[in-house]
Design a protein around this ligand. Structure first.
Ligand code: ADP
Ligand code: PAZ
Length: 149
């Protein structure tokens, strides 16, 4: 398992001891990790990261421009930039909400959801499925691991 994923699980277990937790990491990869109340890792999902995907879309097409990753005014756009912003924001928002729903179904519980990583601040305000956004979450896990060496 990647050390960043491990650090995310450790931080969640240490900071929020009650119940099951999901950590969504909006980094180079988009990951969702789930930990049980007893500290056992239940499982992990690894998907392409949001900026990674955007760079791939822009890099591998002839006419799509670089865009700022912000919420567009409406889901349906009428210019290329808004259309792409909708795909990036609402597409990945749907993916994350779907992960949370499916994980909750699989573990038969309502997990607490923590978001971290580079672009987590863009997605947190758009959904009630993320309960806490903490850009320092992974680092807190590393700190905890270091403090216990
Ligand atoms: N403040 C920010 N605003 C927008 N994008 C960011 C910001 N910080 C990081 N990113 C993007 O998030 C991704 C990296 O996320 P991060 O969680 O920092 O890295 P890692 O993959 O190493 O865990 C990169 O694609 C980067 O461009
Ligand atoms: C999945 C990752 C690329 C995520 O890295 P990140 O986006 O946080 O930089 C990293 O945790 C990794 O390389 N993991 C190794 C494979 C695994 O976790 O099973």
């Amino acid at each position: 398992m990647g050390t960043d994923i491990y650090a995310n699980l450790v931080a969640a277990h240490h900071l929020y001891p009650e119940g099951k937790k999901i950590i969504i990491d909006f980094g180079t990869a988009l990951t969702a990790s789930c930990i049980a109340e007893n500290g056992e890792t239940i499982g992990v999902i690894i998907a392409p990261g949001i900026i990674t995907s955007l760079n791939s879309l822009v890099g591998q097409t002839a006419q799509l421009p670089e865009i700022e990753l912000v919420k567009p005014q409406s889901v349906l756009g009428l210019d290329t930039v808004s259309c792409m912003q909708s795909g990036m924001v609402y597409g990945f928002l749907g993916m994350v909400e779907g992960f949370v729903e499916r994980i909750n179904e699989e573990v038969e519980d309502q997990c607490m959801v923590i978001a971290t990583g580079g672009v987590s601040h863009i997605y947190k305000p758009l959904t009630s499925k993320i309960h806490i956004a903490d850009r320092l979450h992974t680092l807190k896990g590393l700190y905890h691991l270091g403090a216990n060496i």
